[in-house]
Structures are given as C-alpha cells and as structure tokens.
Design a protein around this ligand. Structure first.
Ligand code: CAA
Length: 397
C-alpha cells in the first residue's frame, strides 16, 4: 500500500504514481524556473511575483483545495512533496507557497462559508491573488493569546472597527487578502479572539515597515497597521471568539509545511556537500575519502531521512484527522521540531564541508545556512514545539 492511497488503514514508503508525477513536475519547474533566479531575489529582497503566479497556474498554490474551487484536489503528502521541491530550489518561494496553502486556504476551507471559499480561496489557489496570515504582534509572539489589537462592534451591529499593529506577516507587503486574528472581547482572553478576512484595498489598512531579514529575503515580511478599519460582520471567519482555536489548528497544518520546507533546504545543502566532497581535493585525495567528512555525510543523510518520515507521519495524521476530527498537533510539532533543527544542523555542516567556499556568496550554501534558521523560529519556535509535545505527553493540555 503506497502513501496516500489508504491513509487511514496503512502505509508503506512508496509514493503513488500520481505523487511521483507531481514530484517530478514540481522538481522540473523549481529547478528550471526558480533555482536560477533565487540568488538575485535573495540579494534584492524583491517579491518573486511572476514565478509565484506560475506556481498558481500549475495548481501549487491550492494543492489540497478541491478542483471545484480552483485547486489541485490532492492530498497532504502531495503538499509535502511540493514544499520540499520548491524549497530545495528556493526557501523564499517555499515560505510564500506554504502560507497560501496551509495557513490561508486551509483556514478558509475548514472554517469558511461557501461564499467565503469562492470569494477568497479560489483566487489564491489559482495564483491570481496572494493571501496572508496575521497573528503575531510586536509584544505577542509565542504567547499568541495576549494580543493588543482590538475590534469593536459598532452601535448598529453591522461592522467591527479594527485598530492595532501586527508584525512579521509573510507576504504582508503584497497580500490581497489577510486572515487577521484580533481581540473582540479582551476580558475573555484567548476566548475573545476573532478571525476576520481582511480586504487590503479598503481604507484603514496600512502596510507597515518591511522587515530587513537574515534569510528567506524574497518572501516579503512586514508589519500591518489597522486604523479604524471597518470589517463587516460577514467577514468573520467561523464564529466570534473562535479565533484562537482557528489560529492554532491552522498552525498545526502550517507546521507540516515548515517541516517540508526544512527538508527541502537540508536536501539542497546535502546535495551540494556530496558533490563538493567528491570533487574537492586536499592532501592528494577527494575530501570525501576522509572519515571526518564521511561522518558528516552519513549523519546529514540519516537526519534528513528521519525528518522525511516524521513529516510523512504528520501528513498522514492530518489526512486521518479530516475523517475522525482528531487533532494532529503532536505529530505536526514533532515533524517541525526535528526537521527544522535538522535543516539548521545540515546547513551548518554544509558550510563547514565547503570551507571558505561555504562562506562565499559565489555558492548557494551560505544562503541555505541563512534560510534554514527561520524554520526553527516561525510558526512556533523549537521551544514552543517542545512545550506542545511535552504538554501532550504529560496530559497537561
Ligand atoms: N488545535 C485546536 N485547539 C487548540 C490547539 C490546537 N493545536 N492548541 C490549543 N488549542 C486550544 C486549547 O484546547 C484551549 O482550548 P480551551 O480554552 O477550550 O480549553 C485553548 O486553545 C488554549 O490553549 P492553551 O491553554 O494551550 O494556550 P496557551 O496560551 O498556553 O498557548 C501555545 C499554547 C502552544 C503556546 C500557542 O500559543 C502557540 O502555539 N504559540 C506559538 C504561536 C506561533 O506559532 N506563532 C507563529 C505565528 S505565524 C508566523 O510565524 C508568521 C507567518 O506569516 C508564517
């Protein structure tokens, strides 16, 4: 039984024919169209709109969205394979693909009305529009329930008036639609958070400072400022007060995407290292003939494969959850934790194997090193993933 054919009843490590075809198509697209432009976009920090639109036309911005709504109608394993291939070529593209698929589309598909799905998911799934997910604030990151932004219902009961500042929003400088998490009833703490679908061409929505970043520099990140933005009650996703649960359950899916991104970065760093270890000579032999390099290669390969299995496991748990309604929080956190720490470790070894050339901008290895770091931070730091896993194991949630 191959992965994805009967996810609730068993699995082997073989991909289905459909998965393999997707993997090859995405690899070809990513290596031919994305990899060559990655260094330039890393340097300028410009948003790669053209290749993101191409990805949308291929169905890659709505992998799990049903075909009726403009998506590819595939499963979570397909999403994992796509994220690995895109991120192997360029992690910045991986970030943009990830947020649109697993945070934006996934949230509206799961909690939205038919009208909201047609209005907001379809244009993002087809690559015409860009979506974003806005939870973090300057003083509320890991402790996501303590946000300061506010939405107050007007006297007529028709609109919420939103004020506040959000930060670290992926695609914030370009997004057409934003999922905004903000407080509607502060006295209820996390139970007073509501999710709004924000149209960014309306008055009161202001794009704030663009973050100058260490890595994933082409995935534009910014603050968003709300000044008396009027959100109609119909723009609420789910129910008032349901926002924190929406944010958390969607992040479970997002973390599978980041685990996959981490695998893609690690694979790129590993492949460059194997090639270099074969070609570079020192003391009259290829450096790959030395046991200290061999140990690194063996450990890099093993940790990448372990990350892949944990990520497939989380993807299968998510697919089962669609049938049973159970949570896959722990599986997603374990995959994200292990894969992101693997990406950082593998990229560090890759720089070391390349020596001075690993530190040079002439090769992409230093970019993999800078890009890998974010996977240990966003969508929940490694410390938060450990907290989530331990709380679950100890029965504390
Ligand atoms: N699914 C569904 N419900 C969940 C949940 C999940 N994964 N996790 C928690 N909940 C529910 C709980 O069941 C609980 O419900 P009740 O009130 O009904 O009991 C409620 O939410 C509160 O849960 P906790 O008490 O566990 O909440 P907490 O305040 O202790 O926080 C946390 C838990 C795990 C630390 C959480 O705050 C967290 O994950 N923080 C990290 C946030 C994060 O990942 N931020 C990144 C933002 S996105 C980004 O990086 C930018 C980008 O653009 C990519």
């Amino acid at each position: 039984m191959a992965i994805g054919t009967m996810p609730t009843q068993g699995m082997s490590l073989d991909l289905t024919e459909e998965h393999e075809m997707l993997q090859q198509a995405v690899r070809k697209f990513a290596q031919e169209q994305i990899a060559p432009i990655a260094p330039e976009f890393d340097e300028t920090g410009d948003f790669p709109l053209e290749t993101i639109r191409q990805a949308g036309q291929m169905g890659l911005m709505g992998i799990e969205v049903p075909e009726d709504y403009g998506g590819a109608g595939m499963d979570t394993i397909a999403y994992v394979l796509t994220m690995i291939e895109i991120s192997r070529a360029d992690a910045s593209h991986g970030t943009i693909v990830s947020v649109n698929n697993s945070l934006f589309n996934n949230a509206i598909m799961k909690f939205g009305t038919e009208e909201q799905i047609r209005s907001y998911v379809t244009p993002v799934a087809t690559g015409e529009k860009i979506g974003a997910y806005s939870l973090t604030e300057p003083m509320s990151g890991s402790d996501a329930g303590t946000m300061k932004s506010r939405a107050v219902l007007n006297d007529a009961g028709t609109h919420y008036i939103i004020n506040g500042r959000k930060s670290w929003v992926t695609s914030g400088p370009v997004a057409d639609t934003v999922l905004l998490f903000t407080m509607t009833e502060p006295e209820k703490k996390h139970k007073g958070i509501t999710c709004f679908i924000i149209e960014t061409d309306k008055p009161g929505f202001i794009r704030g400072k663009k973050e100058p970043k260490l890595g994933i520099r082409a995935s534009a990140t910014s603050e968003l400022v709300f000044e008396n933005y009027e959100a109609p009650v119909e723009s609420i996703l789910g129910e008032p007060g349901q926002g924190f649960k929406i944010a958390m359950s969607v992040l479970d899916a997002g973390r599978i995407g980041i685990a996959s991104q981490a695998i893609g970065i690690a694979e790129a760093a590993y492949e460059a290292s194997v090639q270099y270890a074969r070609e570079r000579e020192a003391f009259g032999s290829p450096i790959g003939s030395f046991q200290m390099i061999q140990q690194k290669i063996a450990d890099m390969k093993t940790r990448i494969e372990a990350s892949r299995l944990l990520t497939y496991n989380a993807a299968l748990a998510k697919m089962r959850a669609a049938e049973t309604g159970e949570r896959f929080t722990t599986e997603a956190s374990m995959a994200k934790l292990f894969a992101s720490e693997t990406a950082m470790w593998v990229a560090t070894q890759a720089v070391q194997i390349h020596g001075g050339m690993g530190y040079s901008k002439e090769l992409p290895v230093e970019r993999y090193f800078r890009d890998a770091k974010i996977t240990e931070i966003y969508e929940g730091t490694s410390e938060i993933q450990r907290m989530v896993i331990a709380r679950s194991e100890l029965g504390l949630r």
